[in-house]
Design a protein around this ligand. Structure first.
Ligand code: FAD
Length: 294
């Protein structure tokens, strides 16, 4: 792992941002103020998630359609296989194409709340690789898929998981976006394994700015993302100090990106959680500037 490049010498990396579809009017307003704040940074694309078990289909579609109509941004709609037949999934994809959406983030999805393990729908796409192949038949979408530097929690093995990623690329995906991670070494080793397996599409690191460490640690245990001890020490004693936590979070994420940049990574996907301030300041540190300001 190389050292950190000097801040002043940083070329601004390519960025993309992830949002989730809002459930209430208040959350809708929060999302749109986030989108408006980040829009001038001219991200490569912005993506909108699909709720667990396919629960937010209408809200995801409405959010993506509004991004197409009202902003200069290029949206990517997340779409999952879980709980739907192939025909239903194809219809959703067709509606996206008709609404002007050209980029899909194709995922298997997680089992619905209460279900112990994932069961494919009897007439559905079983795994994300099948979904990618199906989407390619619907329309010539640009397709991104998920990748797991620390291995998907239910994968049979890390080799099996890597084969699965390769199958998704072979089926037509042209980018992988990773689950978030905090140990850059793990990501760089994963990149090496991808290359050795013949995966040559961009593997874009997913960056999670951590403003609520306690919540993030709980969530990370479920999705298989390791939380290094040094992070615990950094956030120690800040449980009731939101402001300092946010400043620490900005430094941690900016350093993570710079370390990866020093190792040749030049594109990053930010999990915004529909909050712009932290992501905006991290992007600024990294050299991103509003387009109108040159
Ligand atoms: P797959 O690539 O299908 O893999 C799932 C698991 O099955 C892996 O363990 C894989 O190794 C294994 N597998 C694959 N094929 C086979 C096979 N033929 N036989 C046996 N095992 C197999 N979830 C949502 O609900 N909505 C979202 O919007 C969303 N967005 C996400 C965005 C990103 C960038 C990431 C990283 C994850 C996202 N997720 C989302 C979570 C994702 O749905 C879960 O992680 C899910 O458990 C796996 O999805 P996948 O697309 O990686 O599945």
């Amino acid at each position: 792992v190389g050292g950190l490049p000097p801040l002043a010498g940083l070329p601004a990396p390519a960025l993309s941002f992830e949002f989730f579809p809002p459930k209430t009017e208040a959350l809708e307003n929060q999302l749109w103020s986030c989108i408006r704040r980040l829009e001038p940074l001219a991200p490569r694309f912005v993506s909108v998630t699909y709720g667990a078990g396919g629960t937010t289909q209408a809200r995801t579609h409405a959010t993506v359609a509004r991004i197409v109509k009202e902003t200069s941004l290029t949206p990517a709609a997340h779409l999952t296989c879980v709980g739907a037949s192939r025909g239903e999934v194809d219809d959703v994809a067709r509606a996206y194409w008709e609404a002007g959406v050209r980029h899909i983030v194709a995922l298997r999805g997680d089992p619905p709340a209460g279900a112990e393990r994932y069961e494919p729908h009897a007439e559905g796409y079983a795994f994300a690789a099948d979904l990618v192949a199906g989407l390619k038949k619907v329309a010539p979408f640009e397709i991104s898929v998920a990748a797991y530097p620390e291995v998907h929690p239910t994968a049979l093995s890390s080799d099996h998981d890597l084969d699965n990623l390769k199958r998704k690329i072979d089926a037509g995906a042209t980018r992988a976006i990773t689950q978030y991670f905090f140990d850059s070494d793990i990501f760089l080793r994963f990149l090496d394994r991808c290359l050795a397996a013949g995966i040559t599409v961009p593997i874009v690191p997913g960056i999670m700015p951590v403003s609520n460490f306690t919540q993030m640690r709980k969530f990370s245990a479920m999705c298989g993302a390791g939380v290094p001890d040094w992070m615990g020490r950094l956030f120690e004693g800040l449980e009731d100090d939101v402001e300092t936590r946010r400043m620490v979070a900005a430094v941690v994420a900016a350093e993570q990106v710079r370390l990866l940049q020093a190792n040749g990574v030049d594109e990053f996907h930010f999990y915004t959680l529909n909050r712009s301030d932290l992501v905006y300041s991290i992007a600024h540190i990294l050299g991103a500037r509003p387009k109108s300001a040159g």
